[in-house]
Design a protein around this ligand. Structure first.
Ligand code: SDX
Length: 433
């Protein structure tokens, strides 16, 4: 007998089915609610609403657990590579040696972008934000690869588009960086693995075949793994709902990039470093800034703190915080903002305001310190988040298509004006906004 709950409205009682997930999460299935009762539910910000059933990522906000396809993030960060995690998220299993070699080969075959795309790069103002460039450039891929627009996509079509997007993302991201410096772009060298090729195109010099420091390669793999997916977050939900209209993968991911840009979401990693720099310039008085973060009349928020789901430590933040110390030590970098960040965390985690609201450091709190140590400018940080999140966006879009989910179209409760007749221009009164 499947589990149900009873909903009583007036003198009627309705039985609604209960869905139980593989990690024993419970949901009330309200897919027939309006037909049964005439009611819809209201949950602004979807804080209590499940949008789908997914087999990709599980997270437990109370216990601080994060798993990709059942594998704990701690193990993947320590033992896997970003390309292997991308394969796991998208295709559902860890690849064999032969499968990952073939995946790398296929990707290497597609790392070049159409030479005409260079005109887009040259068209952007020199200091335009990299995220604005990225969302435009990724969407433009559908113009160069129209097979992605075919209304009926075979599995081969979808896999070709997935491979092209994964491959060209590294080239596009590194070229955005090079263009921001006014440097010549560097073409991919397919003898490198996925992350090394990205770092070679980003930090390599055209004149010589530089070797990329293995410390930086390892750090980049860990950071990208930690950002690879996070179930139904704002940008992933955006990718899914755009894809649900049968829009192509490039435009769905482009929309996800736009959603990630916001400072409440992926844009927080840039906002954290800007916040830490401001505190440093202000003399490093962390107590003063903690006080501002608590003051409801002060718009200042402690960026990189708090999370919609994690009401305990973000497991990614724990791993990144430890990696911060290791990498800065290995690279011989002493970054004062790391000490400020640690002091902020220490003070906040003892302060009742943060404790009562269960506000802990999230993935964005320490990541920018590492990105900066690796040589990236602050405005590139959210682009790097997008590079990491790409496999997750792809996996979630693919799952939504394979499950033949309907077009996403939420309902609403109307609270506006009712029954008004048209007013001729000469009879209208000025209504102040
Ligand atoms: C990411 O969803 C995901 O999975 C996202 C992500 C992913 O991998 O995709 O994990 C990546 O986006 C991480 C979050 C990055 N954003 C930031 O660091 C920005 C700062 N954080 C906040 O803006 C906030 O915590 C959010 C946006 C992350 C969560 O917002 P919620 O869930 O809507 O919570 P809320 O804003 O309603 O806050 C609840 C209370 C409020 O106080 P009260 O009204 O109860 O008095 O906590 C306070 C808030 O004012 N609060 C903060 C705070 N975050 C929440 N107060 C000060 N500083 C903060 N950072």
């Amino acid at each position: 007998m499947s589990e149900t709950i009873q909903l009583k409205i007036g003198d009627k009682t309705y039985d609604l089915p209960v869905i139980t997930g593989s990690e024993d999460e419970k949901a009330i299935d309200i897919s027939k609610l309006r037909d049964l009762t005439g009611y819809v539910t209201l949950d602004i910000g979807y804080k209590n609403t499940g949008a789908t059933k997914s087999a990709i990522t599980f997270l437990d906000g109370e216990l601080g657990i994060l798993k990709y396809r059942g594998y704990p993030i701690e193990q993947l960060a320590q033992k896997s590579s970003f390309l292997e995690v991308a394969y796991l998220l998208i295709y559902g299993a860890l690849p064999t040696a032969e499968q990952i070699a073939d995946f790398q080969r296929q990707i290497n075959h597609h790392t070049l972008i159409h030479e005409d795309m260079k005109k887009f790069f040259d068209g952007f103002p020199s200091h335009s934000h990299p995220m604005g460039q990225l969302t435009a450039l990724i969407s433009s891929l559908s113009a160069f690869y129209p097979e992605s627009l075919k209304p009926v996509q075979t599995a081969e079509d979808v896999n070709l588009t997935i491979t092209k997007l994964l491959a060209k993302m590294t080239t596009i991201v590194s070229w955005i960086y090079k263009k921001s410096l006014g440097h010549p772009v560097i073409y991919p060298q397919n003898k490198h693995d996925y992350v090394t090729n990205f770092l070679y195109m980003t930090f390599g010099q055209r004149t010589e075949d530089v070797t990329i420091d293995p410390v930086i390669v390892e750090a980049m793999n860990v950071l990208l793994i930690l950002h690879a997916d996070h179930e139904q977050n704002c940008s992933t939900s955006t990718v899914r709902i755009v894809g649900s209209s049968e829009a192509n993968l490039y435009s769905s991911v482009s929309a996800g990039i736009s959603a990630l840009w916001g400072p409440l979401h992926g844009g927080a990693n840039q906002a954290v470093i800007e916040m830490l720099e401001k505190i440093k310039e202000d003399g490093g008085d962390t107590d003063k800034w903690i006080k501002k973060a608590k003051d409801k009349n002060d718009p200042f928020r402690l960026m990189g703190f708090g999370h919609r789901v994690y009401k305990n430590f973000d497991p990614r933040a724990k791993i990144i915080k430890k990696a911060c110390d290791d990498i800065l030590e290995k690279l011989g970098i002493d970054d004062e903002v790391l000490e400020i960040a640690k002091r902020l965390e220490e003070v906040a985690l003892k302060d009742p305001y943060f404790v009562e609201r269960k506000l802990y450091p999230n993935v964005d709190f320490y990541s920018g310190i590492i990105y900066r140590a690796l040589g990236f400018p602050t405005e590139m940080f959210t682009v790097l988040f997008a590079l990491g999140r790409l496999p997750g966006w792809i996996a979630q879009w693919k799952e939504m298509k394979e499950n033949k989910e309907p077009i996403g179209r939420p309902r609403q409760i109307y609270v506006g004006a009712i029954d008004r007749d048209y007013i001729e221009m000469d009879k209208r009164e000025l209504v102040t906004q």
